[in-house]
Design a protein around this ligand. Structure first.
Ligand SMILES: Nc1ncnc2c1ncn2[C@@H]1O[C@H](COP(=O)(O)OP(=O)(O)OP(=O)(O)O)[C@@H](O)[C@H]1O
Ligand SMILES: [Mg+2]
Length: 235
C-alpha cells in the first residue's frame, strides 16, 4: 500500500489517497478545536488515542454486525479505511442531556433522556453545523429515506452496544456523534469513535472523561485521554 497525495485536512484528521482507489489512509492529529473552531489548542498524543480507540471500537462493532470503514490499523496514528462518500449529516445520540442540548432547550444538565434522543446536524462549518430533521435531509437530498432508516437503526444498535461496553469500564456513555458513508451501494459507519466524539462520565464520581476537559479547561486532558484508551484496550 502506498500513501499518496492528501485529499483533505480536517480539524482532527488528514485524509490521503492510496494506490487502491477503494481505500483512503487517515492520519490522526493532536490538534483540538471546540465551539466551531473558536477555541483551538492541542492535546499531546490525542491522535494516537483517537486512532487506536477508534480502530478497537470499529473492530468490536464489526463483531456485532455493524459494518465500518476500518480496513486495517496501520500504526499509532494511521488507519486504512474504505473510501466512502460521507453523508453530510452528523448523527448525535443522547442518553443524558448536556452540552448544546442544555444550552438550546433549557433542559436540566445531567438528566436521563427517555427515550434516547437522536439529533441530526448538517455537516457545515460555515453554518455552524445547524440542527436539521428528516424533512431537511429529504428536501436537501442529503440522504434517501431508506438510507436514513438504515442510519437510524445502526445508530441505536451502536448505542446499545457502546452503553453496555463502557459501563463495564465504569464509564457512563452520555452522548456521541457518528458519521456514515456510502460504499459500494451500502451505508457503513465512518469517521471516528473517540473521547473527541463521545462524552463519558465516570461511574460514581461523574468525572468528565472526554473532550469537555478541553472545552471547559478542566485540566488533566492528556492523562484523561490516556486513561480512556487504557480502559478500552482491556476490551
Ligand atoms: N472513510 C472515509 N472516507 C472519506 N472521508 C472520510 C472517511 N472517514 C472520515 N472522513 C472525513 O474526513 C474528514 C476529516 O476528518 P476531521 O474529523 O478532521 O474533519 P472535521 O474537521 O471534523 O470536519 P468535518 O466538519 O468535515 O467533519 C471529515 O470530513 C470526515 O467526514
Ligand atoms: Mg471531525
Amino acid at each position: 500500500m502506498k500513501k499518496l497525495e492528501q485529499l483533505y485536512e480536517g480539524k482532527a484528521k488528514k485524509v490521503f489517497k492510496t494506490d487502491n482507489a477503494d481505500h483512503y489512509l487517515i492520519e490522526y492529529k493532536d490538534d483540538a478545536t471546540a465551539f466551531n473552531g473558536e477555541k483551538r489548542g492541542s492535546i499531546e498524543d490525542k491522535g494516537v488515542v483517537n486512532n487506536l480507540m477508534s480502530a478497537k471500537m470499529f473492530q468490536l462493532l464489526e463483531n456485532e454486525g455493524v459494518e465500518s470503514h476500518l480496513v486495517e490499523l496501520l500504526n499509532d496514528r494511521e488507519m486504512l479505511v474504505k473510501a466512502v462518500e460521507i453523508i453530510q449529516v452528523e448523527v448525535i445520540v443522547r442518553n443524558v442531556a448536556t452540552g448544546s442540548m442544555v444550552r438550546r432547550l433549557g433542559i436540566e444538565d445531567g438528566i436521563t433522556l427517555e427515550p434516547t434522543v437522536l439529533e441530526y446536524c448538517l455537516k457545515s462549518d460555515a453554518f455552524g453545523d445547524p440542527i436539521i430533521n428528516d424533512y431537511h435531509i429529504a428536501a436537501m437530498k442529503l440522504a434517501t429515506e431508506d438510507e436514513m432508516k438504515q442510519i437510524r437503526d445502526m445508530a441505536f444498535k451502536i448505542n446499545e452496544f457502546m452503553k453496555e461496553t463502557f459501563i463495564k469500564l465504569d464509564l457512563k456513555l452520555i452522548d456521541f456523534k457518528l458519521e456514515f458513508g456510502r460504499f459500494k451501494g451500502k451505508i457503513i459507519l465512518a469517521d471516528e469513535i473517540s473521547p473527541d466524539t463521545c462524552r463519558f462520565w465516570e461511574v460514581g464520581t461523574n468525572r468528565k472523561m472526554d473532550k469537555d476537559r478541553f472545552r471547559q479547561d478542566l485540566g488533566n486532558v492528556k492523562a484523561t485521554y490516556q486513561e480512556v484508551l487504557k480502559k478500552v484496550q482491556t476490551l
